[in-house]
Design a protein around this ligand. Structure first.
Ligand code: MRU
Length: 352
């Protein structure tokens, strides 16, 4: 029953493989325009990931996997002796397209391992489709597990976009919110606008509107005040990388919400598939936080807003320490008050 209800909420797709090309829904243009762009080479996919045409940790991993299908096809046209090295170069370029979301590195590494660096486009397509299907299944599993933690009638704050647009479908944090709404646990949603790129205002608010889920857009700085009014019982967010000790990188502004949540007795739930777990990184201090062009801050829609000469600092993620997180929800289970020992015990096989 819940699955059928959730499928009703899961209508948008960020990408699709069609007629031998990867098609990406241009997230720079949403919600004003629905533009599908065809990617015919792996280099085009790498550029699209860098430019946020496709974004969200799981979605960029899936896009990179399909990018390697294109790379395999391109490499097959080269002399035999150059094929493997050209494939590895394409994989490295995709892997480096963005630095923080570990799903990107995970997907590229999995594709390389399964193909043993042999550019076989047919096998690559089977693997890319498997990665996409597994992500979708993980989201449905997490939606049920996360929603079960929420008391009926709760208000929630979410940040950035973690919905169908950021994943293979349904979403991570937004999947939990959808399941929570369907089971009457979530009564009210506040979506932070997510400056500077406005993933919340442009993407999350739109997904929720399409679903008919009662949601209100708030300024990023309004989160603490909403909590102080008693309007939210949970902050529910996704993740770009969860370290071995539970420290979590997510969209800039997540850390502020987590600090405020602790102040006001609001709980914090991080929802992410196990492909976001990075046991090779001990703690958040070692995460490479992406810094993007300061014009994302000083300009709006191509127009300068700040005075000429104003200098920006634009880290687009922050790191929330594990001690501020009440629950990490993955498709393989929930870890409450996460720390290194609990995460190791819950996901032990990932160490081997
Ligand atoms: O810069 P973005 O839009 O790719 O950042 C996305 C986020 O921070 C999401 O919260 C995270 O990737 C999880 S998406 C399910």
């Amino acid at each position: 029953m819940l699955r059928e209800t959730l499928q009703g909420f899961d209508r948008v797709r960020a990408l699709r493989w069609e007629d031998g090309a990867l098609r990406l829904l241009d997230q720079r243009a949403l919600p004003q325009q629905t533009l599908w762009l065809a990617m015919n080479t792996s280099a085009e996919v790498a550029r699209a990931i860098q430019a946020l045409i496709v974004r969200g940790a799981p979605a960029i991993g899936i896009a990179a996997a399909y990018g390697l299908v294109l790379a395999a096809r391109e490499c097959a046209a080269l002399p035999a002796g150059q094929q493997a090295s050209a494939f590895v170069a394409a994989a490295e370029a995709l892997r480096a397209a963005r630095p923080t979301a570990v799903n990107l590195m995970w997907a590229v590494d999995r594709m390389r391992a399964r193909l043993a660096d042999q550019p076989d486009a047919e096998r690559a397509l089977i693997e890319a489709r498997a990665i996409e299907a597994e992500d979708l299944a993980a989201n449905y599993a997490m939606a049920a597990l996360g929603a079960a933690l929420i008391e009926p009638g709760s208000g929630v704050i979410t940040h950035c976009n973690t919905g169908s647009l950021a994943t293979a479908g349904l979403g991570t944090a937004l999947g939990v919110i959808r399941a929570g709404f369907a089971s009457r646990r979530v009564a009210r949603v506040f979506a932070g606008e997510t400056r500077p790129w406005l993933q919340g205002a442009r993407l999350t608010a739109w997904e929720l509107l399409e679903d008919g889920i009662p949601a209100q857009l708030i300024a990023d700085g309004a989160g603490a005040y909403v909590m102080s009014l008693g309007l939210a019982q949970w902050v529910i967010v996704g993740a770009d990388r969860i370290c071995a000790n539970g420290d979590t990188a997510n969209k800039i502004g997540t850390l502020s919400l987590a600090c405020a949540a602790r102040q006001f007795g609001v709980r914090v739930m991080v929802v992410a598939p196990t492909t976001t777990l990075d046991f090779a990184t001990a703690d958040g201090g070692a995460i490479h936080v992406e810094e993007r062009d300061a014009r994302e801050l000083t300009d709006y829609a191509g127009q300068r807003v700040a005075a000429p000469g104003v200098v920006g600092f634009n880290p687009v993620f922050d790191v929330t320490p594990a001690r501020l997180i009440d629950a990490i929800v993955t498709e393989r289970g929930v870890v409450l008050a996460p720390d290194a020992d609990k995460l190791r015990a819950a996901f032990f096989d990932q160490y081997n």
